[in-house]
Design a protein around this ligand. Structure first.
Ligand code: KDG
Ligand code: MG
Length: 402
């Protein structure tokens, strides 16, 4: 079964997505997500110009060999553009393998390790009162875990706090908008938010918070300590993670669990974090970390060191990525939590899928393969629109290091 064609589909049903569709000589096809938020066309060009020509004529059943061929063969290894492109190929090949075998992909990965995939939802609002109402909405929908973000008094806008109720889309303008940041304001405010949420919802609801890489290690240590009474499931991205040993400092000071990795591309980005047990959850995901094949390798390393999975699942990861993530989440032994930001109806229509939410859990499709598709005709009606993630400046105008 040879690869006879591969198409790169760029579409914007409320936000941009890049999808690779690989077609085989038997007519079976597979899909893979290649979306890199704010840099979509770089991956589309990498696929079209460099990867697709090398795929034609290859045996579609050789998933591992194709991964190694694209990774080693590029000479220029790693990086978000390369690894998102490889991820798309890998995901599409797993989809094809499942369809040919007549099995959902999780069966090929070893079968079910749990009944459903526990997901967390996103409560975000500018004020504490409003965020309490959002948390209540998620609890009413059956969510067992909720991430809580609020505006910070004294700051006009804060990244991660959306304008829409129950939705959140950070890429908001063709060129980056600018937010203002103040660490002292933030560190004073966040513990008061979690005090209010615990007071209202009691001790057992799982709570999470995303710091979006805005602190230094010692500031993050202070935040972690101040949040200990509210026993969070995790404090996410406390610092930028290029310096893996920086996490030692946070660890020395606080028992608040740490999650990191949504911007990671390979196992080398988290090797030290995992092997030194500096984190509790690894947030790498299928689309940005080289597909199912490589993410499973990361999760296996994590399993040896008491680190659980906590994959990124924001709206810029397409339903194709979400479907792939759910198959992996269901199969691995060290699953922790899966992020789930619901897509808009337009996105759902372009990517028909069989996964579904029930009572706090997502369940992958039982169809052969990933159980997700792309409606190419509908996709063509939504042309690409440039959109960037915002940047942060301190109150004196300094570019923030995040
Ligand atoms: O593309 C960036 C977003 O996906 C990211 O900002 C969302 O931090 C995020 C999260 O945890 O979902
Ligand atoms: Mg995050």
């Amino acid at each position: 079964m040879k690869i006879v064609d591969a198409r790169v589909i760029v579409t914007c049903p409320d936000r941009n997505f890049v999808t690779l569709k690989i077609i085989t000589s038997s007519g079976v096809y597979g899909v893979g997500d290649a979306t890199l938020n704010g840099r979509e066309l770089a991956v589309a060009a990498y696929l079209t110009e460099h990867v697709v020509p090398a795929l034609i004529g290859r045996d579609a059943s050789r998933i591992e060999d194709t991964w190694q061929y694209l990774y080693r063969g590029a000479y220029w290894r790693r990086g978000p553009v390369t690894m998102s492109a490889i991820a798309a190929v890998d995901t599409a090949l797993w989809d094809i393998k499942g369809k040919v075998a007549g099995l959902p992909v999780y069966q090929l990965l070893g079968g079910r390790s749990r009944e459903g995939v526990t997901v967390y939802g996103h409560a975000n609002a500018s004020s504490v009162d409003d965020v309490l109402m959002e948390v209540a909405d998620y609890v009413a929908l059956g969510y067992k875990a909720v991430r809580v973000q609020t505006g910070v008094p004294g700051l006009e806008s804060t990244y991660g706090v959306g304008k829409d109720r129950m939705f959140y889309e950070p890429a908001d303008a063709a060129l980056p908008t600018e937010n203002t940041w103040s660490t002292p304001h933030y560190l004073e405010h966040v513990p008061t938010v979690f005090a209010a949420v615990r007071e209202e919802f009691g001790p057992t609801l799982r709570l999470l918070h995303d710091v979006h890489h805005r602190l230094t290690p010692i500031e993050a240590a202070r935040l972690g300590k101040s949040l200990e009474p509210y026993h969070l499931t995790w404090m996410e991205d406390p610092v930028p993670a290029e310096l893996q040993e920086g996490f030692r400092l946070i660890r020395q000071h606080t028992t608040t669990p740490i999650a990191v990795g949504e911007v990671f591309n390979t196992i080398w980005d988290c090797q030290q974090l995992i092997t030194e047990q500096l984190i509790d959850y690894i947030r790498a995901t299928v689309v940005h970390a080289g597909g199912i094949t490589h993410l499973r390798r990361i999760f296996d390393l994590a399993a040896l060191h008491h680190v659980r999975s906590g994959s990124h699942g924001a709206t810029d990861l397409s339903p194709v990525c979400m479907a792939a993530a759910l198959h992996l989440d269901l199969a691995i032994p060290n699953f922790g939590l899966q992020e789930y930001m619901r897509h808009t109806p337009a996105t759902d229509a372009v990517f028909p899928h069989g996964y579904h939410f029930a009572d706090g859990y997502l369940h992958p499709s039982e169809e052969p393969g990933l159980g997700v598709d792309i409606d190419e005709e509908l996709a063509a009606r939504y042309p690409y629109r440039p959109a960037s993630l915002p940047v942060n400046r301190l109150q004196d105008g300094t570019m923030h290091n995040w």
